[in-house]
Design a protein around this ligand. Structure first.
Ligand code: SAM
Length: 337
């Protein structure tokens, strides 16, 4: 294992079967070594800075039916909401006052957010806060749509690939969705000049160690600007309600590996990680992550954006959310920037 880890740290690359071995044969010693190398690498590039991105959950209405997701179309228990363009801009304004410089607009694939509507929101935020970055995470759209939104000023796009294995993808999604379309989107976003984020859930149903190795190989080849990984957590109103959640240990182990594959990648310690463990986000940062995403959504809709059970940070005002994360980071020797 030590040999494999040293090879990864030196060459930023392993073969598919080497990644699989690294995952399958993991033990405490390997995790400790990976963590040490990953945090050293991260410190060299980013010092003790942790980047913040303000997350605005703009709609939980979704035309898709991903089997794992609490806001899937078939979930009739989900109380639906959609923020108005004015409310979204107000969230960004509040975030700006709190010191945020990047806003992530995330939501289900809600037809209300046509190119004109979403593009208008992006243009408005960019005209009020020209030096801020706008990231979109609004799912699969056409090339023309991505092109239009980019022209409106969107800088970045987050679209998790979910799994790099075609068959595994089919087990997590309805027939109407395809692995090829997901990959098409990621490719086109890159071609159109977006900074692109991909990612996957750790411990999703049917996931094998081979699948995780494929995810790592995909990340090595695709070189995303950002990579969002977090544990899968079951939601009570989905077909995967009885599935087992991903673990903090494996998520942190993979964060360390990804940091070594791609030292300068932006790697969030996700809310899902903070949900399965009281100090999950801190553990993520101490494993090589360097981004946190406090919630800027209005408090009255927070609980409704429930992708999985018991999601944290649903009761706090934006300022509280930022201060809480800032204190948590300071306690482990990092500063929010
Ligand atoms: N609709 C957009 C999309 O598909 O990219 C953005 C919203 S989607 C809800 C954001 C991410 O939430 C997904 O990419 C998925 O990885 C994650 N997610 C959904 N359900 C989850 C669950 N049960 N546990 C952990 N993460 C989940």
């Amino acid at each position: 294992m030590k040999e494999l880890i040293d090879k990864l740290a030196a060459s930023h690359s392993l073969s598919l079967s080497e990644y699989e071995t690294l995952i399958r044969d993991r033990d405490d010693e390997a995790a400790k070594l990976l963590r040490k190398l990953a945090t050293q690498t991260c410190r060299k590039i980013f010092g003790n800075s942790v980047y913040v991105r303000g997350l605005i959950e703009i709609t939980n209405i979704c035309r898709n039916d991903c089997l794992y997701c609490g806001i899937r179309r078939s979930n009739t228990n989900c109380e639906r909401y959609r923020l108005t363009p004015a409310e979204i801009v107000a969230c960004a304004d509040e975030g700006y006052e709190l010191g945020f410089k990047t806003f992530v607009l995330q939501g289900g694939e809600d037809p209300f957010f046509s190119d004109e509507v979403l593009g208008g929101v992006v243009r408005e935020i960019k005209s009020r806060h020209p030096y801020c970055a706008v990231t979109l995470s609004m799912g699969e759209r056409s090339r023309e749509s991505y092109k239009f939104l980019r022209a409106c000023g969107a800088d970045r796009y987050l679209l998790r690939h979910e799994t790099a294995d075609r068959e595994h993808y089919a087990k997590l999604h309805p027939e109407s969705m395809s692995f090829d379309n997901r990959m098409r989107c990621l490719r086109e976003l890159r071609e159109l000049g977006y900074q692109v984020g991909c990612g996957f859930m750790v411990g999703s149903p049917f996931q094998t160690e081979r699948n995780l190795a494929q995810d790592l190989k995909f990340i090595e080849d695709f070189k995303p600007d950002m990579c969002g990984i977090g544990p899968f957590i079951p939601h009570k109103d989905t077909p995967f309600r009885d599935a087992t959640a991903g673990t903090v240990g494996l998520t942190c182990y993979l964060l360390s590996i990804i940091r070594l594959i791609y030292p300068s990648v932006l790697l969030p310690a996700t809310t899902a990680l903070g949900t399965i463990h009281p100090t999950g986000r801190e553990l993520g940062i101490m494993s090589g992550a360097n981004v946190v995403m406090p919630n800027l959504s209005p408090v009255n809709v927070r609980k409704k954006y429930e992708l999985y059970d018991n999601k944290i940070c649903t009761g706090e005002e934006s300022a509280q959310c930022r201060d809480c994360l800032s204190n948590r980071m300071r306690k482990i020797g990092y500063e929010l920037v």
